[in-house]
Design a protein around this ligand. Sequence first.
Ligand code: HEC
Length: 223
Amino acid sequence: MNKKAKQIISLMAVFGCVAIASTSCGKKDPNSPGVEFMPDMYRSPSLETNMAYVTIENGKQTGDTLQANRLPVNGTIPRGFMPYPYANDTSGYANAGRYLRRPVDIIRNAENLAEGEELYGKFCTHCHGTNGEADGLVAAKLSGAPPSYKGPVVMALPEGKMFHSIYYGKGIMGAHSSQVSKAEIWKIILHIQKLQYPNGVEVAAAPVADSAATGAAKVPANK
Ligand code: HEC
């Protein structure tokens, strides 16, 4: 390699160093990522699902609204989800009492009773008390105490109304539909009925008229 070539190479090296120094260290902002080569690769124009996009020019929308994902048809429900058909009002409460029954696949067996007891301990005991006698620690602080499960009101309450009140809440009792699933509410009800009838379960029959409870139907303990 002759002298001239050596000079050119060392000159290029000096320029290279200056160029690197000025791009990497010359910025004022220490958090700056520096010069972006092909920024499209870092910032892809990906669309968020379920978002609608519009182009605004001079304060006005130009062109169509672009829906990234098609919205489901009205009335669509997720797979496996069953809507609760009774409204959160007095007629919904009355109708739940008349027509709503525990689903046949939630059997009164040891497993479901144990799960109901555990859920009851987590979500209800502090107000309703371990034995359902409205003597939970929180109940003592409430302005209106909960009813005892063994008192005349809840003893005559059809299971559909129980479900309705637990699902939507009643009075100062909050709704529990976001904390426990429908199946779990039924298991809790199994436990409440066990507290009410320790010697075998009797379930209050659905009232014929809205107001009147018409006695109790005997149900064998394994049904
Ligand atoms: C913050 C305290 C509180 C908690 C927690 C609570 N309840 Fe209640 N519950 C009440 C009160 C107060 C009432 C009386 C509501 C009324 O009639 O105004 C009540 C009423 C009831 C009734 C009677 C409903 C009716 O239609 O008359 C049932 C059944 C019941 N609760 C079950 C439960 C179950 C099961 C849980 C747990 C998942 C629970 N509660 C959690 C305070 C509570």
